[in-house]
Design a protein around this ligand. Structure first.
Ligand code: ZN
Length: 202
């Protein structure tokens, strides 16, 4: 399976990192080795002093597809979830300055936290509230209505380049409020008040 991630999909997050608003979705991949095993803590890797959480809505692909038209995109997923795109922000800044790829900053072991999935029919995907709390303090508070590219547009866009396969997961981008984690932090994510992920930082 593969993990396809969208960057810069919420205007306020683009502003907080002083990035340009893109003309097309910013796309990058994480390898399957990036998945943090369920119930494991996240260990801060030795190569970074600035690991950021990014809470994101996840989409689980349910069948193979290529060149999917936006209007047919809903047939390609039944479940949505919540995840964290852990980012070594210091490494990413070095890569961005030099115009180099982001994989070392975004695809390292444990950088893809995949929480519980729920049936998409449980929610209004065009107006879906999701949150991240760090040590009981609300740090990210997003709504899919603020996405620059909505889920179905993302599927149409990325499937031009990558054949989607059953079990692939799309990280749909993070809202504003990203920040650093340190050892002993506890992160809890919710979708419409339902706990969808919980993990400890080590
Ligand atoms: Zn992200």
């Amino acid at each position: 399976m593969k993990i396809i991630c969208i960057g810069r999909n919420y205007a306020k997050h683009i502003a907080e990192l002083n990035n340009e608003r893109p003309a097309h979705p910013v796309v990058f991949l994480k390898p399957d080795s990036a998945i943090l095993p369920t119930k494991m803590p996240f260990f801060i890797p030795p190569f970074s002093n600035d690991i950021h959480y990014e809470v994101e809505v996840l989409v689980k692909i349910n069948k193979v597809g290529k060149y999917i038209e936006e209007k047919f995109a809903p047939k390609y997923y039944d479940e949505i979830g919540l995840g964290i795109d852990f980012t070594a922000r210091d490494i990413q800044e070095q890569c961005k300055e030099k115009g180099l790829p982001w994989e070392k900053a975004k695809g390292f072991d444990g950088s893809a936290v995949i929480g519980t999935f729920y049936p998409k029919t449980d929610f209004d995907l065009t107006n879906l509230n999701f949150t991240l709390r760090k040590n009981d303090t609300l740090v990210q508070d997003g709504n899919t209505a603020s996405m620059l590219w909505k889920i179905d547009a993302i599927i149409a866009y990325v499937s031009q380049y990558f054949t989607l396969k059953k079990g692939d997961i799309i990280f749909t981008g993070t809202p504003a409020g990203v920040g650093k984690v340190v050892a002993e932090d506890v992160l809890v994510g919710e979708i419409e008040g339902r706990e969808a992920l919980r993990l400890k930082i080590k």
